[in-house]
Ligand binder design. Sequence first.
Ligand SMILES: [Zn+2]
Length: 240
Amino acid sequence: MTDQKTNMSDGYIKNLLFPVKCPFCRRIADPRRIEEAGVCEKCAGLDLFYKKADVLPHEALEKILKLYVPMRYSGEAKKAMLRYKFSGEEWLCGPFATLMHNFLSVSGGYDDIDVITWVPVGGKRFAVRGYDQSGLVARRLSESSGIPFRKLLRRNDGTGNTMTSSRNYALRQAETRFSPLDPSVKLYGSRILLVDDIFTTGSTLNECGGILLSMGALYVNAACLMSGRQDIYDAGEETA
Ligand SMILES: [Zn+2]
């Protein structure tokens, strides 16, 4: 009883000092609404959300079994993603994860998944940004779903690379942008949900999916926050 009272007054004061805003229109919003839905009522009615989950252009994703994309990479959603990735608005991981969690929940996206992992940023980008945007979302999806999350991949951006020849380095960069974080890790038939921020060509998801399969994953599904691809949108509209 005392705890509950304390939490309520803490929440009240916190909301006065740091009012909760909608991630898209940035207007002050009902904190409970943002916590539960990730977006204000007005923006929820905007044409920014896909209605159907696992409809995907299969030819683009040979290493990924199913793809889940809740939001279109356009308009206010795109602006919010750019603020998340490049303007230090780390708090957006909360509403974004909520939107993704709700989408996965209603789409069966957590069914038959053993581990949640993500497409990591490289060391250089992490040093600039201070956070790994898809990792933060993956952690929250894990907390919400109860499915464990684990960092399994690393991005090869040259930080900590011991290669001395720049030519060899360039060759290696062209070949593999990602590798297992720990080559000794075996996934033993685990069913993986791979989290990423934006789905464009699918090359990143394919590369990461292929690595996870080579580590022993049974299959890899992908959850990307946004995509600007019209083919996903069309497929979603047809089946909605
Ligand atoms: Zn809004």
